[in-house]
Ligand binder design. Sequence first.
Ligand SMILES: C[S@@+](CC[C@H](N)C(=O)[O-])C[C@H]1O[C@@H](n2cnc3c(N)ncnc32)[C@H](O)[C@@H]1O
Length: 472
Amino acid sequence: MRDTAPYRGTDRRGPRSGRPPVDHPRHAAYEAVAAVNRDDAYANLVLPVILREQGLIGRDAAFATELTYGTLRRLGTLDAILTSAAGRDVQRIDPPVRDALRLGAYQLLHTRVPAHAAVSSTVDLVRTVGPGATGFANAVLREVAGRDADEWVSQLAPPLETDPIGHLALAYSHPQWIVRAFAEALGGDLGETTRLLIEDNERPPVHLCARPGLADPVELADEAGGTPGAFSPYAVYLDAGGSPGDLAAVADRRAHVQDEGSQLVAAALAVTPLDGPDGRWLDLCAGPGGKAGLLGAIAAQRGARLTAVEVAEHRARLVETATQGLPVTVLHTDGRLVGAEPKLPEGHFDRVLVDAPCTGLGSLRRRPESRWRRQPSDLPALTRLQRELLAAGLRALRPGGVLAYVTCSPHTVETHVSVTEAARRSGTSVDFVDARPALPAGMPGLGDGPTVQLWPHRHGTDAMFLALLRRG
Ligand SMILES: C[S@@+](CC[C@H](N)C(=O)[O-])C[C@H]1O[C@@H](n2cnc3c(N)ncnc32)[C@H](O)[C@@H]1O
């Protein structure tokens, strides 16, 4: 909302209804934030339902979305500010009042909503969700309004010089362990780490993938009112407010919604040179089917066939839908069963994708609550699964075949450590292939190889990691 006219919200009941004014967008945002914090809901799933139920469209829907996503992203910093302003730990505030205050503080510090409107609309909200706390809410928000966001950070964050991780975590609203992981993956460069954290707090663009042989990206960009992507030959960037669900090309599966980084790593597997047969491709972790959709379309052009494996039944069904009409066979099974499952024989496949389950720290832009849900304790189970799936992928690969190991996390334990450990323990001879030539010529910021790490702040993509391995 920063760059648009100040927004005051809408009151559809009007002043004469005799009831306190109800601001529909703010109520919708409250419902969404409360569902996320109370019920562990996902904002991207729950918000569209609430918007539909409340009949919010256009500017109202955009405002509710901005409030929901912004508040959830900034939760860590907002809570530190509210703790200070309230003079008590925010965790000890009644949850409905706490969520209303978070929304109010977000409006005060990060939008152009006038302070009086942010305060009075939040007090109105508290009147309905936590009656009895209106005086408290009013006092806390007036305290919050006494400083701008930078002044609060100066007051509350530890000094950058002595505690850079603590400072960045508070200033840019990320848990410290994630800031530390990002800084490590960026070679300790705190300037780059800061740019990444800033990017994580922005609304991400929507990217489309024009499926090769089925849609032309320039024509799709015209149809969608977007622009062709900078790097992926299949990418189209949708303009803000563009709605992919309304596009005929998406409805009839000539295109799908997919981050450009995901397109690039899937395409990298397909373009890596290979000697010998090249007709059997495998996607070992396929759900919900984004990369299988792109690889299936490329396979159709090249006379190849893709086997797409997914262990979760509902996600296997999503892969089936996503790959209809393409030369793709979907298997609902555990990818680790290579060699035991007759349809997954050892030494059989020419190209294998292992797009492993991971913390998803590379796509925090798209999942506003996930940075607060993920814990370092998630890592051991995930990295074990990553290594087992990668080992299975290597077993499935024929000698001379090529495997792409991909994560949407830049955490080095999930990237470099997982891939080198699994390759070392695979019992077969495995060589790293330089992944950089498999990405578009001239793409900047790809590092020294042989693996590639994409970044939101460098490439405008999710932080996808790619390692290419060739079996000896
Ligand atoms: C990162 S996602 C894959 C995203 C997908 N490639 C795409 O582009 O849409 C990882 C997927 O692996 C699946 N998965 C987890 N464990 C698995 C296993 N043992 N075998 C096969 N799939 C598994 C998860 O259910 C999840 O759908």
